[in-house]
Design a protein around this ligand. Structure first.
Ligand SMILES: [Zn+2]
Length: 260
């Protein structure tokens, strides 16, 4: 069993800290800033054992230089090694490695960047996904480098993980994502409930994460491209387009979100 805690960074980033109960070793995911991590380690008397990197954007890697002391593992995608801090464990898609006694699987999910990977941990008690800027609560990352086909396929591969999988995304974007999702699916009751729940959490200054894949499948429009109400909203917005396939629906939905 692993415990995961958020460390807040910048305006809306979460640096996830992973530890085992009653142990002092820990890992962090995407430390864009070292200071809040060092403060947390000191306050909790923890020792950093390793760092997981999902992609090369500065708000995910800029803290590595000050955290990666000798003996600290730095794990990332071999394909993007030139754009990442020095990796001690360059990995490829499908690789597995051990973290605090648990097996971690690397999944390649191009779209937000071409070298984006995510980390999936599954044991008898829990399933955890560190989804970086690919899958957000009720949304997904912008397509900076990939194509709609790539990004849609990437999200689909995540959607096929167990519904109980807890989703640890790298940003607190949930309320704005839900606002957009309700434009797309105003009649989805699960979405209305989630907006109420997440609004309460944010009013109490609590994270809306982790999410889980079951909730995402019920409320995240980017995982619901086959739903009649999603398609009807896209068709209403683009009467000139005959939508043919999930990649095209994704492209239209992502473009709508980018300007919403
Ligand atoms: Zn990013």
């Amino acid at each position: 069993m692993l415990e995961v805690q958020p460390i807040h960074a910048f305006n809306d980033n979460y640096i996830w800290l992973i530890k085992a109960p009653n142990q002092k070793s820990c890992w962090v995911v995407d430390p864009g800033d070292a200071t809040p991590v060092l403060n947390y380690l000191q306050a909790e008397n923890l020792t950093l054992e390793g760092i997981l990197l999902t992609h090369h954007h500065y708000d995910h890697i800029d803290g590595v230089a000050d955290l990666a002391k000798p003996g600290v593992e730095v794990v990332g995608f071999a394909k993007d090694a030139q754009r990442l801090p020095a990796l001690t464990q360059p990995l490829v898609a499908g690789d597995t490695f051990e973290l605090l006694g648990e097996r971690v699987k690397v999944m390649e999910v191009p779209g937000h960047t071409l070298g984006h990977i995510v980390y999936f941990i599954e044991n008898e008690q829990q399933a955890l996904l560190f989804s970086g800027d690919t899958l957000f609560a009720a949304g997904c990352g912008r397509m900076f480098e990939g194509t709609p086909e790539q990004m849609q396929a990437s999200l689909q591969s995540l959607a096929s993980l167990p519904a109980s999988t807890q989703v640890f995304a790298a940003h607190e974007y949930t309320l704005s994502n839900l606002k957009f999702a309700l434009l797309v699916e105003p009649n989805n009751p699960a979405l209305q409930t989630r907006m109420t729940d997440c609004t309460k959490l944010r009013e109490a200054q609590k994270p809306t994460l982790p999410s889980n894949l079951g909730i995402e499948l019920a409320t995240n429009p980017f995982l619901r491209l086959d739903q009649p109400e999603v398609l009807a909203s896209l068709e209403k917005r683009h009467p000139e387009v005959a939508i043919d396939g999930a990649a095209q629906a994704f492209k239209l939905l992502r473009a709508w979100k980018d300007t919403a």
